[in-house]
Design a protein around this ligand. Structure first.
Ligand code: ATP
Ligand code: MG
Length: 403
């Protein structure tokens, strides 16, 4: 059985009045991006629905990938036949046969948009229904609540049949709400935070801090792999890996132990802020969750947040750890996140950071150190590359002239 196209229904974007055109164009671009390794596929975003033409490409991998595209309410693979009743019956049988459970029910919902077709919709319903029932004996008709509703649409260019409505991911098309920098560690929370921001249409670029040789190559690879997991929802994510060793060594040497954590976070945020400006982002997303660890208190947020006025989005801030873990499992990041590769904070952070750091003290301690040149140096050495769902290996872009 060969599907010809996939019909894609829009979700929330239908309500977005005059922005609709842009939303549709954005969604179409996101869909094209996840199937760009299948060059035969073409995608047309129309006002009320989107059509994806397979042109011979296999349907199953496309269906799998569409499930993770935000802005899609549901979608259906569609068979096309010639304007020939026998062909229609055969296709109808195959579709129902493929999806039906023993003892199940079905109904045919035919629509004749092309008036020259010899059968009208009632006749189509009856003929097709009878033909299918004859060949699948344990199937019954139920017009009110069928298990399978077989849609048949007769148009001038052919007859279109579909029996499946697959639930989409909902949300808004990624990037329709602008771009933000996602501070991505190797932990459980930040990939979930990134996913939730993307679900509301935010395009994210990942920023990861590493401190070789204190942190391993595997820790960096883990961050890249986590980024690839959430790249599934947009097709691709730009990633920036920031060398953080010198800054952390300086902090460790010069800052009183109780304040190491706060100052480290402030430096990360300042660097992320610089990257945001260069990349024209509008916000910063992180995985902070209130009260989860001693450092994630409101007092701590005041002290850290002080380095920027850019909006900081904290999608998981009010969630319980278990709620975050449930999402991490559902997006398949959990197993990766719990792999034991130390990240840069764990190594340098003292066992008991101040839970209520004082901003004036933080500023006082920082005032003895010239962090700005260290920040500049770190920015010079940022590695930027794109992490792509359709590639196993990460492709390094030439971003040398970025800074
Ligand atoms: P996560 O599970 O996301 O690692 P966490 O509970 O371990 O979070 P913290 O270590 O306090 O929390 O980090 C708080 C947030 O700071 C993280 O969610 C992330 O957004 C950011 N962050 C921490 N470490 C890094 C890093 N090495 N690179 C980029 N961002 C980081
Ligand atoms: Mg962490």
């Amino acid at each position: 059985m060969e599907f010809e196209r996939i019909l894609i229904r829009y979700g929330e974007l239908s309500t977005k009045g005059k922005n609709r055109k842009q939303f549709v164009a954005r969604l179409a671009a996101n869909v094209r991006r996840v199937v760009k390794d299948m060059p035969d596929i073409t995608v047309y975003g129309e006002r009320d629905r989107m059509q994806l033409f397979l042109n011979g490409a296999p349907v199953q991998p496309v269906l799998d990938r569409l499930k993770s595209i935000f802005g899609i309410q549901s979608f259906s693979p569609v068979i096309k036949t010639a304007l020939d009743v026998e062909e229609v019956k055969e296709a109808a049988f195959q579709l129902v046969n493929d999806t039906h459970q023993p003892g199940g029910t079905f109904k045919v919902a035919a629509r004749r948009g092309y008036r020259d077709f010899p059968l009208d919709s009632n006749e189509l319903n009856q003929e097709i229904g009878a033909a299918v029932l004859r060949r699948i004996p344990d199937l019954a008709v139920n017009v009110k609540q069928p298990d399978i509703k077989l849609n048949v649409e007769v148009r001038a260019d052919g007859v279109f049949l579909s029996s499946q409505i697959i639930q989409g991911a909902g949300g808004l098309p990624v990037s329709s709400s602008g771009k933000a920098m996602l501070m991505l560690s190797g932990g459980i929370d930040s990939p979930v935070a990134g996913y939730l921001a993307m679900k509301r249409g935010v395009e994210v670029e990942a920023v990861h801090f590493h401190s070789p040789p204190y942190t391993s190559e595997q820790a960096k690879q883990k961050a890249i792999d986590l980024t690839r997991k959430i790249a599934k929802y947009s097709g691709q994510i730009q990633m920036h890996v920031v060398p953080f060793t010198e800054i952390q060594e300086m902090i460790k040497k010069q800052i009183p132990e109780g304040y190491v954590m706060t100052v480290t976070r402030r430096l990360m945020l300042q660097i992320t802020e610089e990257l945001r400006k260069k990349r024209n982002g509008l916000a910063i997303v992180n995985g902070e969750s209130l009260g989860q660890v001693a450092s994630q208190t409101l007092e701590s947020m005041i002290a850290i947040n002080d380095v920027t006025t850019t909006p900081i989005i904290r999608p998981v801030v009010t969630m319980d750890k278990n709620e975050i873990i449930d999402i991490a499992k559902s997006i398949d990041t959990f197993e990766l996140s719990i792999q034991p590769f130390e990240d840069c904070c764990t190594i340098f952070t003292p066992a008991s950071p101040k839970t209520k750091p004082k901003l004036d003290k933080v500023k006082y301690y920082e005032s003895f150190i010239d962090f700005s040149s260290l920040i500049e140096k770190a920015l010079q050495k940022v590695e930027t590359f794109s992490v792509d769902v359709t590639q196993e290996q990460t492709i390094k872009d030439e971003f040398k002239d970025l800074f």
